[in-house]
Design a protein around this ligand. Structure first.
Ligand SMILES: [Zn+2]
Length: 393
């Protein structure tokens, strides 16, 4: 199988570090809001990749995080304050909602679904390692990654310094912090302040009370569950910088093992009404709302009709078409009336998905099968995660 690796910028033959065992980490949600199509696109794309790797005979170990605590104020903490609930209650509520939405789409639950708040000791260990190696520095109880010590900082995103500043500003990274030696240095641990409001979480550490930075969380949790070096690390394209760039520096800096990740895979963004689907733009299409009108399989079809690496614009007409296609395939399966394999179809289907997980082409192939022989169609359809259990609709 070939797969597009964002690190090399090339299609590469997929070869895991350990023979038939594949480790995959996918950056998860910050739970303060509900699941929209953009989230579903990322997680269903990786769901299908995992299903396909299993189909090829790999033994896949899959971890995904929940950023229920981090160094930033403007997501969970501000929302919790507005709603007069604790950050924990808010995060648990939206995590449950996310799981309900994703399970409705027949999503594979990760082997390790790790909440950041329960792993702060791993983050502290990693930060200590970076301090010991003089790759990080302390200032007033906070700890920062010294990016000047990483000559290849930028090797994933390939951004020039001025572009790094621009993207960091868009990400609302704290560039003004006077404690940092360089504005782009990464916050690893943010110290609690004596007058800190009660709604802000605080954890013990050798550096003093505080909370972990967002970027160190994924380094620590991926290494905890999958090892110092992993095969595939995925996430939305907007996480490439600074999040994934920082993860590489932190993990490779602490362990000295290069590469931290063999294949970096990034999913495109979903746009709606001409802009990236996001809470701030107010252009969300929520999975839970769409499920009131369309079947889970129709949503899965819509998502897989776009290649994982490409950004796309959502239009309801495409969802209507996806529902029609799903009905067509499911009718053909009903009348095929036998669960048989079809070696020729399997070979063609495998050849398609072997080319950088070309799901749009794989769906076209399933549609073609409905017009010819539907023999073996059921196996191929369900291998992409479509469920033939009776829909509630
Ligand atoms: Zn992450």
């Amino acid at each position: 199988m070939t797969i597009y690796n964002s690190l090399s910028g090339k299609l590469e033959e997929f070869k895991p570090l350990k023979d038939k065992k594949v480790t995959i980490y996918v950056c998860g949600i910050t739970p303060y809001d509900t699941t929209h199509l953009g989230h579903a696109f990322t997680y269903i794309s990786f769901d299908v990749l995992i299903r396909y790797l299993r189909f090829l005979g790999f033994n896949v170990s899959y971890a995904q995080n929940v950023t229920d605590v981090n160094d930033r104020d403007h997501d969970i903490l501000d929302r919790a304050k507005e709603q007069h609930v604790s950050w924990k209650k808010l995060a648990d509520f939206w995590t449950r909602k996310f799981l309900n939405d994703m399970h409705a789409l027949n999503w594979i639950h990760p082997h390790h679904f790790a909440k950041a708040s329960r792993h702060t000791h791993h983050m502290v260990d990693l930060i200590r390692e970076l301090l010991d190696k003089k790759l990080a520095y302390q200032k007033n109880g906070s700890v920062y990654l010294d990016t000047a010590k990483f000559p290849d900082y930028g090797k994933l995103s390939k951004l020039k310094t001025d572009e790094m500043f621009k993207v960091s500003r868009d990400f609302e990274e704290d560039l003004q912090c006077p404690e940092k030696r360089h504005p782009l240095d990464v916050t690893l641990w943010r110290a609690s302040t004596p007058d800190q409001p009660k709604h802000i979480p605080s954890f013990n550490s050798p550096f003093g009370k505080g909370r972990p930075g967002w970027h160190i969380e994924c380094s620590a949790m991926s290494m905890e569950y999958l090892g110092d070096q992993i095969d595939i690390h995925g996430g939305g394209i907007d996480l490439k910088f600074p999040h994934h760039e920082a993860e590489i520096a932190q993990s490779e800096g602490a362990t000295g093992k290069i590469p931290f990740v063999r294949y970096w895979l990034h999913t495109g963004t979903v746009h709606y009404l001409g802009k990236k689907m996001s809470k701030s733009e107010g252009n969300l299409e929520l999975v839970s709302d769409i499920l009131k009108k369309y079947s889970p399989n129709a949503i899965r079809w819509l998502l897989l009709s776009h290649h994982f690496s490409k950004s796309w614009e959502y239009e309801e007409k495409d969802l209507i078409q996806a529902q029609k296609n799903v009905n067509l395939v499911e009718n053909a399966i009903k009348y095929a009336n036998e669960l048989t394999n079809n070696d020729h179809a399997i070979n063609t289907f495998t050849q398609i998905l072997d080319q950088n997980l070309d799901t749009p082409k794989a769906l076209d192939f399933l549609l073609k099968m409905t017009k010819r022989s539907a023999k073996g169609l059921e196996n191929l359809y369900t291998s992409l995660g479509f469920s033939l259990k009776k829909s509630k609709l």
